[in-house]
Design a protein around this ligand. Structure first.
Ligand code: MG
Length: 246
């Protein structure tokens, strides 16, 4: 971990970390929701006879709905979807997701949030999700952790992941932070691209079916197999981030 952190500081021309916040993706990081997303996207597209590719919805994870729909429309119909089509398709996908989603949180997620807060760091949520009542759900599972002021959702950004905009806004919401004042926890290649594009040290947690190499190729500095495994390493990461100087 030491080398990874030093490598980041050198690469981005900082002299040290000055950690103030941890930016969390939501699906596949806090919630065990990715298989339900995958299943509901697949069924929605199957119902419309629109061809999709193996693991496509894991590879596209993090994009806002419109962007995922347009990618599939372009492949199948050589055009983008109309606003009306997007609304209908996203509504169907959301309906199915609500049916399939267990609502389970990933083991270790609540403990990592607690650990982050107990160490005086601000947790910030950065998600491409535009689900209704997102904050209510978060507040039920992680009481008092996130507020609208510390959340970036699909409603806040013009360009979703993999554009850096969501994570740049996450830095702002963290308290107008510089990239070396935060770290990102992500599970998806496009989310990692977005975070790395914003210049932030990015840790991947591989909770899905993609090989680790997809996450490292996207720019993740480290890959953990679960939130529980990351939880065990959090003390080391925080300690190093406070002591490393170059
Ligand atoms: Mg995710």
């Amino acid at each position: 971990m030491t080398e990874l952190l030093i490598h980041y500081i050198q690469n981005y021309h900082f002299t040290r970390f000055d950690l103030k916040a941890v930016l969390f993706d939501m699906d596949g990081v806090l919630y065990d929701s990715m298989s339900a997303h995958d299943e509901s996207w697949q069924q929605t597209m199957d119902e419309l006879n629109l061809r999709h590719l193996p693991n496509e919805f894991y590879l596209q994870e993090g994009r806002i709905g419109k962007s995922t729909i347009d990618t599939i429309f372009q492949r199948n119909l050589n055009r983008n979807a109309t606003d009306e089509e997007i609304e209908k398709i996203y509504a169907r996908k959301t309906e199915l997701f609500q049916q399939y989603n267990s609502g389970d949180i990933l083991p270790g997620a609540a403990e990592i949030l607690e650990y982050v807060q107990a160490n005086g760091l601000k947790p910030v949520l950065v998600t491409g999700s535009g689900q209704p009542s997102l904050l209510d759900r978060l507040d039920t599972h992680f009481p008092g952790v996130f507020t609208p002021k510390t959340m970036v959702t699909a409603f806040d950004v013009e360009h979703g992941k993999p554009d850096p905009e969501p994570y740049l806004m996450g830095l702002q919401k963290g308290g107008n932070l510089k990239p070396n004042q935060a770290i990102v926890i992500e599970n998806a290649p496009l989310g990692i691209e977005s975070a790395v594009g914003a210049g932030i040290f990015t840790i991947a947690v591989n909770t899905g079916p993609l090989p680790d190499s997809v996450l490292t190729n996207a720019g993740a500095s480290a890959v953990f197999g679960s939130m529980e495994a990351l939880l065990e390493t959090m003390p080391e990461i925080l300690q190093l981030s406070q002591t490393i100087r170059i």
